[in-house]
Design a protein around this ligand. Structure first.
Ligand SMILES: [Zn+2]
Length: 528
């Protein structure tokens, strides 16, 4: 009798996380069919594990097997619950790409931002109790026909395995290989200093100092200069009359690698495979520029990052984290390096600056002296925690304002034929339309796509330029076509140039802006 009680207790305990997943999926509006599939798949695996354990007669072996089978099974279930509650969806390959790219510092930053200490506590207490229960449970309960049951369960697993995209382990495995192939292909073509695809590349400048700032996770929605109610851009506002503020530019994706893969290359939504044809860096090399890549982002994580494969084509590369290993260095560390680069001899320079910007964890991206916003921010999701996160994000945006304006000032003081273009790789949701902070394609909010795109030009540049920026500021542009705008503003000519895709060209044409898996961004904006 006691055994039956134990048995029921264990079954309830075993099923808890599986039911929890179904519950969270239900709350997040998953279809009943998908919930049922997930339920079936997990239950089938569970029954299989329990029966396998049940088969073993030796107690020690039984215990070891319980550990080996149950710990990974429940760990995966907890990862699923964690991602479901944090991102309102399962882990997808976009997230996994980021995980493969991420180094230890970023990963801990990520976990610190989303996980609470009690997540780990709950999960480990759960697994511990479960194992204790099973260890203590004396399995005298005889189940008849276990072999048949086992076979039936195996068939169930096989059937539900067809929906393997739900299986975290298999998805990770597949995505990892896709990622490896992707980076191998890229490094073959993109990392070379020139591209065979570009023909008749030329630039007639005698001297030039062109600077492209690639920001990180900065949405224009939180920028004072774009109308945000807080003055997060005191420095840029001071020189506003010298700036061309493009008001309607979006990023093609909301994850660094996926986005920059299109922004820096010939790839776009219709032809992502064109990323192999050539990049802005190769174009600049072929046009006779001395190219520089100054980055505060990490080139080496567990694996070499994809962006660093693109950056390889640069003639000169400087990574802060190569020098300061444990670095979580503020972006200002690039400023002396920029000055040094400007003072170098080459007459035509193309400098790319890759910032840490406003990436999670926000409070680690600015020094204490920039802890400016501490009062209660405006948000429809008012809690002490959201207030703090919004304040930290706004502080990081305000620090980014200092960095960008310092870069412009430095270039201006050089008194050369110059431009500075600044954009962010993607935006960020910070409790604007969703009770959420971060960037994740399963949410894919507008704020995650809406980026700043700002141009500054020097007097010497203006003397020769025919670009009339002021007529272009309202243009609806997807930064996946950046290579055409880049070549135009850099006065680089090449056969493959398409004027309709350059935001600076008089022949510019609006192109449908498709985001996520086939969503028309402009239609979605209209619906709001
Ligand atoms: Zn990013």
């Amino acid at each position: 009798m006691k055994n039956y009680k134990n048995c029921i207790l264990i079954i309830i305990f075993l099923l808890l996380p599986i039911l929890a997943i179904s519950g969270v999926m239900f709350i997040n509006d998953f279809s009943l069919k998908i919930i049922a599939k997930e339920l079936l798949f997990n239950s089938a695996i569970l029954v299989f594990i329990v029966l396998t354990i049940h088969f073993i007669n030796k107690k020690v072996l039984k215990n070891i097997l319980s550990l080996i089978l149950l710990i990974p099974f429940y760990s995966i279930l907890f990862v699923k619950i964690f991602t479901l509650t944090s991102f309102f969806n399962f882990i997808d390959n976009a997230v996994l790409y980021t995980v493969f790219e991420t180094n230890y510092n970023e990963l801990t930053g990520f976990l610190n931002s989303y996980s609470k200490w009690y997540h780990v506590l709950i999960a480990s207490t759960y697994i511990f109790t479960l194992i204790l229960l099973i260890f203590k449970f004396n399995t005298n309960v005889k189940v008849k026909h276990t072999y048949y049951i086992e076979i039936i369960v195996l068939i169930c697993i096989a059937i539900s395995y067809r929906f393997y995209e739900r299986s975290l382990s298999l998805l990770t495995f597949n995505t990892y290989f896709e990622y490896k192939t992707f980076s191998a292909e890229i490094s073959k073509d993109i990392s070379k200093s020139t591209s065979k695809y570009f023909t008749n590349v030329s630039n007639s400048d005698e001297e030039a100092l062109y600077v492209v700032i690639i920001g990180e996770s900065t949405t224009r929605n939180n920028m004072g200069i774009y109308g945000y109610y807080r003055d997060t851009n005191p420095n840029l506002n001071k020189v506003k009359s010298e700036l061309h503020l493009f008001k309607n530019v979006i990023s093609p994706h909301i994850q660094t690698i996926l986005s920059l893969d299109k922004v820096l290359s010939m790839g776009d939504y219709d032809h992502p495979e064109n990323n192999k044809l050539g990049t802005v860096i190769q174009l600049a090399n072929q046009a006779g520029f001395e190219t520089y890549w100054l980055s505060n982002q990490k080139p080496i994580g567990a694996y070499e990052s994809l962006v660093s494969l693109y950056a390889k084509a640069n003639k000169n590369k400087f990574y802060v984290s190569n020098i300061y290993e444990d670095a979580n260095k503020y972006d200002e560390i690039l400023l002396p390096k920029l000055k040094e680069t400007i003072n170098q001899e080459a007459s035509k320079k193309m400098i790319f600056l890759h910032l840490e910007g406003s990436h999670i964890s926000y409070h680690t991206k600015y020094p204490e002296s920039f802890n400016f916003f501490t009062d209660e921010p405006q948000t429809q999701f008012a809690t002490v925690e959201t207030h703090q996160i919004i304040n930290e994000y706004d502080n990081s945006v305000r620090y980014n304002d200092f960095i960008v304006s310092q870069i412009i000032k430095t270039v201006k003081n050089a008194n050369k034929n110059s431009y500075v273009v600044y954009f962010s790789d993607h935006g960020e949701e910070v409790f604007k339309d969703y009770e959420y902070f971060g960037h994740h394609e399963s949410i894919g909010s507008n704020a995650m796509f809406e980026i700043p795109f700002i141009v500054w030009t020097s007097d010497k540049y203006k003397e020769k330029s025919k670009i009339n920026f002021d007529n272009q500021l309202e243009r609806k542009y997807n930064l996946e076509d950046f290579i055409y705008s880049f070549s135009e503003i850099s006065r680089i000519k090449f056969d493959q140039f398409q004027p309709t895709k350059s935001v600076f060209n008089t022949d510019f044409q609006f192109k449908k802006r498709i985001i996520l898996k086939g969503v028309n961004y402009d239609e979605r904006i209209k619906e709001k």
